[in-house]
Structures are given as C-alpha cells and as structure tokens.
Design a protein around this ligand. Structure first.
Ligand code: AMP
Length: 249
C-alpha cells in the first residue's frame, strides 16, 4: 500500500507567537519554524507501517514556500521514501489545501493518507475532513491507535466517556491525535541519507486548483494579559472573596 503524509511548516510549538504591529497576522520573520507536531506523529505512523511491511511506499507532501523543503527533508530523515513540494508563497486556506492534496493523492495512487488532526498555527482542524469528503473516502479522525488488517484500517479514538473503534475500508484518511505514538528523532546518518532522497517540485497551477481565498482576516491580537493573583489568609477569606468579589458562589 502507498501512504501519503501531508506535513505543514508552522511556528515551532516552543516559540511564543508575536503579533505584527499592524495586527494583520503573526510575525514569522526570524523565528524558529518546525513540522506541525501532529504531522510528525503522522510521519512516524507511516514509517512504522513501512517497517512492518504494510506500506510499500511512503510519500511526504508539503504545500508552502521554498523553506517547506526543510520540513519535507525532516520527514525524509525520519524514514519517508520521497517528497512532493507544492510551492506557493500564499497562505492557503484548508479548502485550497484539501483540493491540492486530493489531486496529489489521486496522482500518486495513494491507498492511505495519514495527516495531522490540526495545524497548531491556525487550529482549523478542517483539512482532513474536507479531503476525505472530496475524495469520497472514509475518515478515522483523531486516531489514538491504528491497525492495518487486509484491505482495512481499524482506528481507535478517544470520545467523551470512552473509546470509539471504527473500521475503514481502504482507501481512507486517518488524522492523528497526540497519543498515537512518540515520533523518533532523525539520526545524523539518516539526515545525510535524506539529502539524497528525491523531492518533486510542483505548483498549485499544476493541479489546476482554484486557490482563491474565501476568508478575510480582519484582525489578529494578543490574548488579554492575565491579572496577577492574590494570596488569601485562610479558607474563610477565600470563600468571602469568591462570594463577594468574584461572585462565583
Ligand atoms: P488544518 O486543517 O489547517 O488544522 O490542518 C490539518 C492537517 O492538514 C495538518 O496537520 C496537515 O497534515 C495538513 N495540512 C494543512 N496545511 C498543509 C500544508 N500547507 N501542506 C501540507 N499539509 C497541510
């Protein structure tokens, strides 16, 4: 089976986001960027499927600026076979991303797409569902565990009050949750090997996809600063403050 893993280059999760002075967005100049953490988990899952002999080929795809190639190389260094880079400097919306991914999945003849349940920069959590709908494939979203059996995948996900197990007939889309696995670190020899792995260069125009934006960002602002806390002398004072100042009891 052929596994496609879409990966997004995002602001590193350890970096505090700074809003641009004109409130038009987050300032990405000179800040550390990394692979979206949910996508690292998807890469790890695809590599494990390959190591288990279930996946015959694994492909990583990223849609983004020239530097998205670094993110693709990270996937290749973790063990993915080859990459596809769809180059654009536009910040595309999930619908446009999903349309491009649909074309890539069809062009590659993918049997399984494993991808993040959300990108941590915009938190849309929309692309996987849109992709599955447009391909008319089943989706196992926010996977906690994934098992392959024959022409199907069994996906377990956490839901309110327990675990839900779904069985998907391939081809299918699976989106990853944080508990699915712990992604490996790329070793130095594998980073060197990844430099020789092929990355195919594409553009959105190659897939004849309408990428026109449907959304306008009106304003981006910092979250309100938290007020300093206070120390109370005893439980009685706490109850008094909760009742008479906070008005919560
Ligand atoms: P989102 O719907 O934006 O929260 O993203 C969900 C998932 O879609 C991500 O975890 C990625 O797997 C995939 N994705 C989103 N944007 C891109 C992109 N520019 N290139 C490749 N994959 C992407």
């Amino acid at each position: 089976m052929k596994v496609l893993v879409p990966v997004k280059r995002v602001l590193d999760y350890n970096v505090k986001a700074r809003v641009k002075s004109d409130n038009s967005g987050v300032d990405l100049a000179n800040v550390k960027m990394s692979m979206n953490p949910f996508d690292e988990i998807a890469v790890e899952e695809a590599v494990r499927l390959q190591e288990a002999g279930t996946a015959a080929e694994t492909i990583v795809v990223s849609i983004g600026p020239a530097k998205a190639q670094e993110t693709i190389r990270t996937g290749l260094a973790m063990g993915i076979d080859r990459g596809v880079h769809v180059q654009t400097d536009e910040d595309l919306e999930p619908l446009a991303i999903a349309k491009i991914l649909k074309s890539v999945a069809e062009a590659e003849g993918a049997d399984l797409v494993v991808m993040g349940k959300q990108a941590i920069d915009n938190d849309y959590g929309a692309t996987g569902g849109m992709l599955a709908a447009m391909l008319d494939w089943p989706i196992g979203s926010a996977a906690n565990s994934v098992e392959h059996d024959g022409g199907a995948m069994t996906v377990v996900k956490e839901v309110d009050g327990g675990l839900q197990t779904v069985k998907l007939t391939l081809p299918a889309v699976v989106t990853t949750d944080l508990r699915l696995n712990e992604p490996r670190y790329a070793t130095l020899p594998n980073i060197m090997k990844a430099k020789k792995k092929p990355i195919e260069a594409k553009t959105p125009a190659d897939y004849s996809v309408d990428t026109a934006p449907r959304l306008t960002t009106v304003k981006v602002t910092e979250p309100a600063a938290r007020k300093a806390g206070i120390k109370v002398e005893d439980a009685a004072q706490l109850v008094d403050k909760l009742k008479n100042e906070a008005g919560v009891i």
